[in-house]
Design a protein around this ligand. Structure first.
Ligand SMILES: Nc1ncnc2c1ncn2[C@@H]1O[C@H](COP(=O)(O)OP(=O)(O)OP(=O)(O)O)[C@@H](O)[C@H]1O
Length: 263
């Protein structure tokens, strides 16, 4: 399971940033020389659960997920995976977490298969264990038709499947996916959705950010909403509909945001 509490992250503002903010609208997260991207975020996701992380553009979802991946160190707060605090033990965290970011790069000169195998080896896998795990992922993610193509020559969907395979090749305890279906066609999206379902069936907690509430309806047990760096809802899908006063998820989301901004 993964449990996140009191997470905070601020960034020092550059001159360009300040100018950009002044020209746009003043953001309540800007304070003197700092931009408080994440001000207080909390959620948890148990064994076999899928949690959807929602929020408008710029809400702080990616910053939060980057802290979960240990790429960014929080200013405050805790992130626990199976009883280990990742803020205090980032090395243990890197093994326990499988992280897909929007900007993960593949090695262009390696094939899709070589990319995934390379990351398996970095995690200390070898021999029959490595082959079996890679074959399993190639089938689950429907990758066999392009395994021997160089990453440079892959389509967006093929690249995303390869990125997902490499993120989870070491059988992480928790999987974190930042907008895993953004920019994908319908068939590739369906493959990714089925893959998340298979992780859930195996009992692996999955946290993923998305703007697509149809995916939330299909996959999520829990929902967490971030607005302007603050968690404004965290609970089950049923509680989300109840608090948002609608069975229709887009409407429930809008109602929760509106309520949060008028408190
Ligand atoms: N290194 C940084 N320096 C200054 N500000 C930053 C930095 N990284 C992120 N931010 C700001 O923090 C805010 C939150 O960004 P973040 O990428 O976490 O949002 P998001 O919820 O993932 O948005 P989206 O849905 O558009 O991907 C944004 O206003 C962004 O400009």
């Amino acid at each position: 399971m993964i449990s996140v509490n009191g997470l905070k992250k601020k960034f020092k503002l550059t001159k360009d940033h300040k100018k950009g903010i002044a020209e746009a609208q003043q953001d309540p997260r800007e304070e003197k020389d700092y931009f408080h991207s994440v001000r207080d975020v909390h959620f948890h996701c148990e064994q076999g659960e899928v949690l959807g992380l929602l929020g408008p553009n710029g809400a702080g979802k990616t910053t939060t997920l980057r802290m979960l991946s240990t790429a960014l160190k929080p200013d405050e707060g805790s992130i626990e995976v199976g009883g280990v605090d990742l803020v205090k033990k980032p090395l243990a965290g890197r093994k326990a977490i499988g992280f897909l970011s929007g900007s993960t790069g593949l090695y262009g000169r390696l094939t899709a298969k070589e990319n995934v195998e390379y990351f398996a080896k970095l995690h200390g896998m070898k021999g029959a264990e490595l082959k079996q795990r890679c074959d399993e992922l190639f089938t689950l993610l429907d990758m066999h038709s392009f395994l021997d193509k160089r990453a440079d020559n892959l389509s967006t969907g093929m690249k995303q499947k390869t990125n997902i395979a490499r993120a989870v090749v070491h059988r992480p305890k928790v999987v974190i996916l930042d907008e895993p279906t953004t920019g994908l066609d319908i068939m590739t999206t369906q493959t990714v959705i089925n893959f998340i379902k298979s992780l859930k069936e195996q009992g692996t907690p999955v946290v993923f950010s998305t703007h697509h509430l149809d995916e939330v309806a299909l996959l999520c047990d829990r929902v967490s909403v971030i607005d302007q760096g603050l968690t404004c809802f965290d609970g089950t899908l049923d509680a989300f509909k109840q608090q948002g006063r609608s069975e229709e998820l887009n409407q429930a989301f809008m109602n929760i945001l509106e309520e949060h901004r008028h408190v």
